[in-house]
Ligand binder design. Structure first.
Ligand code: HEM
Length: 453
């Protein structure tokens, strides 16, 4: 904390205010974060006053914020090792030193190639049936009920990823253990950095140990030939066994475990939030819901009676794809992408020094009226036309673009298909507040009443 609060004098040249002693501008940042408009109003006010590049002191860090397509291209491409990912202290400790999020340059490229392969469209095909059946079973419980969409989406996405990674059954003791540890780890991810008994960080590190013990047992079972499965872990174990291949092409057990945890953390809250916002935006925009329902009813009507959704159908849902993109634009569930300058460089004429935290304000990019007319309107048809590069960043861009995006789109498309074909739903509260967490989610978990169509 002391290191983070040492003011870099060279920042004098960057416009902006550092706010109050110790807290800086954290209070207004946090309160605007959980308002319906999110950090857009925090950013917008300062951009009006200082321009596209400004400094601030928030969440215990001196930060430079910037926005726009040019800055986005520069920071996300990170050419010639210009920037690295800026993960905060608790995130680093919880994910571990081998996490993809802590690698840069060639090491990052290599690790990403090794772990992202099973997440390609072809690699995902074998999980389709599990996801489809789980979606149908989830919805069987919904009619005539009050449903907290966020909780249901969270359970669904966790069961999907648990099955995909290590063939966990959707119910039973192992699933419960996995779920309990995951929840503790997840809530410690962005906690205060005090590793002493009683703190969220301490509990998170203990849950990480328990999760790794569970993975060690599964890995040992697999290596003994007792439990051969065609899942993510199975394909890593097969590829990265002790013999064959040179060391550069092999993952150690520590690398496997840190990166399994990384995929779980990076993939769970994001997909849960996306599903919840999507269902909320559809209820608030009946014209978009009608058009989406038309697409899915047509798919269903062409199918033989008694058969279910197929892999080729799910890969041919053009309007659904636009609804997903519009949801990620409007909600911007990861509102800013953080980088650390790995060398000195310039942005918009301002000198950035090595070591500084440089943050891309994505909310303003996603609500730029020059690119998205009437930007606060939910309108999937704005994705009919091709957009200019770096103006839409729902899954990021460049070398760190989301490796899980095909999985997220698959889960969402299957879930939405069954939802709109079978049900209508009505929001039970009009509350647009947002949780003050890293991933933007509705604070009230979006309660709805569900009925059969
Ligand atoms: C709708 C759901 C999702 C959204 C909106 C999303 C969004 C993003 C974004 C914007 C980034 C880049 C952040 C940056 O540049 O700083 C990212 C990176 C990442 N995502 Fe996702 N994601 C989603 C689902 C998933 C899933 C399902 C997984 C894994 C199973 C996943 C794994 C990752 C990983 C590991 C990274 C880091 C990549 C790297 O550093 O090379 N994400 N995601």
């Amino acid at each position: 904390l002391l290191r983070a609060s040492a003011f870099p004098r060279e920042m004098d040249g960057i416009p902006g205010s550092l706010g109050w002693p110790f807290v800086g501008e954290s209070l207004s940042f946090i309160s605007e974060f959980s308002s319906p408009a999110g950090i857009f109003s925090f950013m917008n006010k300062r951009q009006q006053r200082y321009g596209k590049v400004f400094k601030s002191y928030v969440l215990g860090r001196y930060m430079v914020f910037t926005t726009g397509r040019e800055a986005s291209k520069m920071l996300l491409t990170g050419k010639d090792g210009m920037v690295s990912l800026n993960l905060f202290y608790t995130g680093q400790k919880v994910l571990g030193p081998n996490s993809l999020l802590q690698q840069n340059g060639e090491d990052h490229k290599r690790l990403r190639r090794l772990i992202a392969e099973p997440l390609s469209i072809d690699g995902l095909k074998k999980y389709f049936q599990f996801i489809n059946t789980l979606a149908i079973e989830t919805f069987d419980q919904w009619p005539g009920q009050k449903v907290l969409v966020l909780e249901e989406a969270s359970t669904f996405t966790l069961k999907v990823i648990g099955n995909m990674i290590m063939s966990l059954e959707p119910t039973g003791e192992e699933q419960e253990k996995f779920r309990e540890n995951f929840k503790i780890i997840s809530s410690s991810f962005a906690s205060l950095p005090f590793n002493i008994p009683g703190t969220a960080f301490y509990r998170g590190m203990k849950a990480r140990d328990r999760m790794f013990e569970m993975l060690d047992t599964i890995i040992a079972r697999r290596r003994n030939g007792n439990d051969l499965q065609q899942d993510f872990l199975g394909s890593l174990i097969k590829k990265h066994n002790k013999e064959g291949k040179d060391d550069d092409e092999k993952l150690t057990d520590a690398q496997m475990k840190d990166n399994i945890l990384t995929l779980l953390i990076a993939g769970h809250d994001t997909t849960t939030a996306a599903l919840t916002w999507l269902i909320k935006f559809l209820e608030e925009n009946p014209a978009a819901l009608d058009r989406l329902r038309e697409e899915h009813m047509e798919i269903r009507s062409k199918r033989q009676v008694g058969t279910s959704l197929t892999w080729s159908e799910v890969n041919n849902m053009p309007y659904t794809a636009k609804v997903v993109s519009e949801t990620l634009r409007r909600a911007t569930i990861l509102p800013w992408y953080s980088r650390k300058a790995a060398q000195d460089f310039e942005i918009n004429g301002y000198s950035i020094k090595k070591g500084w935290s440089v943050n891309l304000d994505v909310v303003s990019i996603h609500h730029d009226p020059q690119v998205f007319a009437d930007p606060f309107k939910f309108d999937p048809s704005r994705f009919d036309d091709h957009l200019r590069p770096y103006s839409y960043l729902g899954f990021g861009n460049g070398p760190r673009m989301c490796p899980g995006m095909n999985l997220a789109k698959l889960e969402i498309s299957i879930f939405i298909h069954h939802l709109v074909c079978r049900y209508k739903w009505k929001a039970l509260e009009k509350d647009d507040s947002v949780q003050p967490t890293l991933v933007r989610m509705p604070k009230n978990k979006y309660p709805v009443f569900v009925e059969l169509l």
